[in-house]
Write a protein of this length. Structure first.
Length: 573
């Protein structure tokens, strides 16, 4: 029967709907008929009313409610999808009237862009091929914005659209442009500290670059290729401008770069600084000039170098300090006195005196300035000393007979007597000159003085004898003993009663180790008035270079008369 069939179909339909909408129990449901009606409406896509949802909830059919709501949501999804695609078109500047089906891959690209903000090159190119010029430009800008956020560590800012105030700020940072005060405030308020710190750092670098350029211009090195503020040149120029001292590496680098002007500038700066220190040290602070080219600077520098000479420096440095240009002179001291730098002049005289003592090998620290400073100044000027004064100082033991001052004195005396001979023609000056050259330790010059003597014109026996004795003594100094003996013999023939040639013969015999024969000559000298034969013998021993020979003669003298020759003990080995 049809009715029976409809009822069965209805029951099957109801069972199917209950299974589809997750209705598991019916015993607690207040009205199965109402449930069947709600399920039929839901399955036909008819909107379920709020009262009906309420009834389902009262009967605890929550799973059924979820299923119906999901079904109704899915039924409207196409509309929603179309609306969302329209929003994407508007957001990403795709013309609204463009015929772009919902199945177009463009929507997938836009969706990806909207959620991840990362597109591949091929995806961006897809937008370009669709001729969506505004969209293509926008997407490239967004991509650039994301890259900038990553670069400048601003990824915590979620807005990736280019209308964000952050985008122009980051573009400014990328162009190394200074931010405005309002832009800096915006970063601060947005808690974007890293981009702000980068901006500050860029501002410092910009100022440094401007400073570097200005310094290059100021010090006339604009043509130098270095432009980076990390360069050595920038560091050097800053030091120069701040009056800071360059280190050895800086100076070496300047020379390598052939920046001689800067190197000279550094030397001048050091000179000015040193000048101030030297003026303070040497009591010349009232002197106004400060340039290291001034005469005072050179004098004070040489004063300081003179002090260095007395310290334990290497021989190479000591030799360098012996350069005459680095020596303090008497003229320098006179200049100080004339410039009313009295205290400085006194200090300079003390240092100059000390330097001259070192030059003339005087080690006694108690040596008074007077008269020795004046004596040494005269020697430096090559002025003749007062012979009596020198003799007196030697006799008093204040000057060594063989010391450098005495030798310099004898040299000046020799030169004086040579000039006197040329001026007056008095041949006694030749004898004096020859004798003084010997005392100065220059026997060659002693012989040279007497080489050109016209002996035929020397008729005075005493003069002839004196010339022969001094010439013979010079030969003896040069260890040419046969020639020395020849001169002594001729001198004796000229004046047999003068003791000098006998003393010379005695010395020649001692040099030949003929001590007994030498004593005979010394005795003959004493008989003729010589009172210094023992001094001559002591000088022979002292000047003997051969140690064995010196010991031998000392032993001979002590065996002969130990009291008379007690001094000889000091020459024993």
């Amino acid at each position: 029967m049809p009715g029976m069939n409809d009822k069965k179909l209805q029951e099957k339909h109801f069972a199917l709907l209950k299974s589809k909408y997750h209705v598991n129990l019916l015993k607690n449901i207040s009205s199965p008929t109402l449930l069947y009606l709600i399920l039929r409406k839901a399955d036909l896509g008819i909107q379920i009313a709020d009262s009906e949802f309420k009834w389902l909830a009262e009967n605890h059919l929550y799973e059924t409610i979820d299923t119906i709501q999901l079904q109704q949501y899915c039924a409207n999804d196409l509309n929603r999808l179309e609306a969302e695609c329209l929003q994407l078109k508007l957001k990403y500047r795709i013309p609204v009237n463009s015929e772009l089906p919902i199945s177009s891959p463009v929507y997938l690209v836009l969706w990806k862009l909207d959620t991840e903000y990362r597109l591949t090159d091929s995806e961006i190119e897809l937008l370009n091929t669709q001729n969506f010029e505004n969209t293509f430009t926008l997407v490239k800008s967004i991509r650039h914005f994301v890259e900038l956020k990553n670069k400048y560590k601003a990824t915590q800012h979620l807005d990736n659209f280019t209308e964000s105030p952050l985008y122009p700020i980051l573009k400014k940072l990328d162009r190394r442009e200074l931010l405005s005060e309002s832009e800096a405030d915006w970063l601060l308020e947005a808690d974007l500290e890293t981009p702000l710190e980068i901006s500050w750092e860029q501002e410092k670098e910009k100022k440094a670059e401007i400073e570097f350029s200005d310094l290059k211009s100021k010090y006339q090195v604009s043509s130098h290729p270095d432009t980076s503020i990390s360069s050595r040149l920038y560091s050097v120029l800053k030091k120069l401008d701040r009056d800071e001292e360059l280190n050895a590496d800086d100076c070496k680098w300047l020379k390598q770069q052939k920046l001689s002007d800067l190197a000279e500038l550094e030397q001048e700066r050091k000179g000015r600084k040193l000048f101030v220190q030297l003026k303070e040290k040497y009591k010349a602070t009232h002197y106004q000039e400060s340039e290291p080219t001034s005469r005072l600077y050179i004098i004070l520098r040489n004063l300081e170098l003179s002090q260095l000479k007395f310290s334990s420096l290497s021989r190479d440095i000591q030799a360098m300090l012996d350069n005459p240009e680095l020596q303090l002179s008497e003229q320098d001291i006179d200049w100080l006195i004339q410039g009313k730098l009295t205290e400085t002049a006194k200090i300079a005289q003390q240092i100059h005196f000390k330097a001259l003592k070192a030059k003339y090998q005087i080690v006694d620290p108690r040596l008074p300035m007077e008269p020795f400073y004046d004596i040494m100044l005269k020697i430096e000027r090559e002025e003749r000393l007062e012979p009596k004064q020198v003799v007196q100082l030697i006799e008093e033991g204040q000057l060594s007979r063989s010391g450098k001052i005495a030798i310099a004195h004898y040299r000046l005396e020799a030169i004086f007597y040579e000039k006197e001979n040329q001026r007056t023609g008095n041949r006694w000056n030749i004898a004096s000159a020859s004798s003084n050259w010997r005392k100065a330790g220059e026997p060659e010059n002693s012989l040279k003085v007497t080489d050109n003597v016209n002996w035929t014109k020397v008729r005075e026996s005493d003069l002839r004898s004196a010339l022969l004795v001094t010439r013979g003594a010079a030969f003896r100094d040069l260890e040419q003993l046969d020639k020395a003996e020849e001169c002594a013999t001729q001198a004796i023939e000229c004046q047999p009663q003068t003791h000098q040639p006998y003393t010379l013969m005695g010395a020649i015999c001692y040099d030949r180790r003929e001590y007994l024969k030498g004593d005979e000559w010394f005795e003959m000298a004493a008989e003729r008035g010589a009172n210094d034969t023992d001094d001559e013998i002591e000088r022979i021993v002292r000047m003997t270079k051969d140690k064995d020979k010196r010991t031998e003669v000392a032993e001979y003298l002590l065996s002969k008369d130990p009291k008379r020759y007690v001094w000889a003990t000091s020459y024993l080995k």
